[in-house]
Design a protein around this ligand. Structure first.
Ligand code: ADP
Ligand code: ZN
Length: 435
């Protein structure tokens, strides 16, 4: 099923013609209403009229997170405050958070795109959606909420936290779908079991998980623990919020980017050069329909690759593969680059371990070191009166990390339930170098 059949299946040439028309409009608008864009375009010696094809977009300067911070809070808005009906802010995971605004029409577009996501996940108005994304300044909660209402589904506005209550609601209201971060889904599954609830026999059949990096191995875990199909959703407040891209239940390989509203590019984060589709790089978005807070060539710092192969669901929109992580999350351990999600992919699924881990980065002399802390399962722990068993496991994990990722790590097995649990975005890395 496709929510907006017409726009989600546009043939490439028609889609690109639409993108170009919308691009011209947004460029004119930002040039004439946002001082920042007028200055940066002028400095680059390009005017909106110089952009005569989609490819010409590359002549325009990038917009960075730093630019947003320098214009905090409302400096990049393209409409007067009287037209803004909603404000949100990014979670501030990597520094001062950025503020974003929406007009009535922006909220309308956002709701439609989120409704498209739900339909891509196989949901209809007959579904009950348990929304455990945080409500508030974070875009996750309200974004998913409005989309669920637009679809006509029944939405349970749970927000994050209060996990025992969430488990009761999951049992009593019988939602068929759940939205939250993958780490919180794992947390819910664990606490549910601890309360004696058979988490596999709930009515849930779909999980829509995002807002943080996760691995296919974690997907297998969640699908198994909750007896659901787990799908990936992507978004960021600067560009809109959740619903910029969504995996479809037919394809399950990469998330369709709603290209009638966003132009996507992948670039080399060092040089800024545009990469051919399929190559891993930093994702850059230009918004085509946003009124209050349009963004031109916004560097997300998220690293992924684009998939142009047609998808069996019939949507023509390009897909983006799993996000390995943000370029600023990338660890460089003795010269080898590694994302926390890659370590997760190695750990999750090793027999005898739990999918709860924490990475500690430190410095010894001039070299960075990585310690991987991971929980062992209750069973392993109960049977591990012999230190040898645990030592053998540690050696095996060290070897797997070295074999798959080329990184030498220290591994520390820890007791079940001893590491931190998360209600929103997980924070996996402790960086002792900065202390
Ligand atoms: P913050 O940047 O402060 O965390 P947001 O709440 O807007 O602010 O979060 C957006 C970011 O969350 C994205 O830029 C990306 O790094 C991450 N993210 C969102 N969805 C996913 C996903 N499905 N997979 C990996 N990372 C994601
Ligand atoms: Zn698809």
């Amino acid at each position: 099923m496709i929510y907006n059949e017409e726009f989600e299946t546009l043939p490439r040439e028609v889609l690109e013609a639409l993108q170009f028309k919308r691009l011209q409009q947004v460029l004119q608008r930002v040039y004439h209403t946002v001082g920042f864009y007028r200055r940066t375009f002028d400095a680059a010696g390009v005017r909106p009229d110089d952009i005569k094809t989609l490819a010409d977009l590359s002549r325009l300067p990038f917009t960075s997170k730093q630019d947003l911070r320098e214009n905090y809070p409302f400096g990049l808005f393209a409409v007067p405050m009287s037209s803004v009906v909603r404000l949100h802010a990014s979670s501030g995971t990597t520094g001062r958070s950025t503020v974003v605004g929406y007009t009535k029409r922006d909220i309308d577009t956002w709701s439609e795109l989120m409704a498209r996501c739900f339909v891509a996940a196989g949901l209809t108005k007959n579904d009950i959606i348990h929304n455990a994304y945080g409500y508030g300044l974070f875009t996750g909660g309200l974004g998913a909420h409005y989309g669920a209402e637009r679809l006509g589904a029944s939405v349970i506005p749970m927000s994050g936290g209060n996990t025992k209550r969430q488990i009761m609601i999951l049992q009593d209201f019988g939602p068929t779908a759940i939205c939250c971060t993958p780490s919180y889904a794992l947390n819910l599954a664990e606490q549910g079991r601890a309360m004696g609830v058979d988490m596999r026999s709930l009515r849930l059949r779909v999980g829509i998980f995002g807002a943080e990096p996760w691995s296919d191995q974690m997907r297998d875990q969640l699908e198994d623990q909750l007896a659901i199909q787990a799908l990936n959703i992507y978004g960021l407040s600067e560009v809109m919020g959740p619903g910029v891209a969504m995996e479809c239940s037919e394809g399950r390989e990469g998330m369709h980017i709603f290209e009638d509203h966003f132009i996507v590019e992948t670039i080399d984060p060092e040089t800024g050069a545009i990469l051919p589709p399929g190559e891993e790089g930093e994702i850059v978005f230009t918004t085509l329909s946003k009124e209050a807070f349009p963004l031109i060539r916004y560097r997300t710092r998220d690293v992924a690759r684009l998939i142009t192969a047609p998808c069996r669901c019939g949507r023509s929109h390009v897909r983006m593969g799993r996000i390995m992580g943000r370029s600023d999350d990338m660890l460089i351990i003795r010269g080898v680059n590694v994302f926390p999600s890659q370590i997760e992919a190695v750990l999750v699924g090793i027999e005898g371990l739990e999918p709860h881990y924490q990475l500690v980065v430190d410095r010894e002399g001039t070299l960075d070191t990585l310690e991987v802390q991971v929980e062992v399962s209750e069973r392993t722990f109960a049977n591990a009166d012999e230190v040898k068993v645990l030592q053998k496991m540690e050696r095996r994990i060290v070897k797997d990390i070295k074999d798959y990722l080329g990184v030498s790590a220290r591994v520390k097995l820890v007791e079940p339930k001893s590491l931190q649990r998360f209600e929103g975005k997980a924070s996996r890395v402790t960086d002792r170098r900065k202390l």
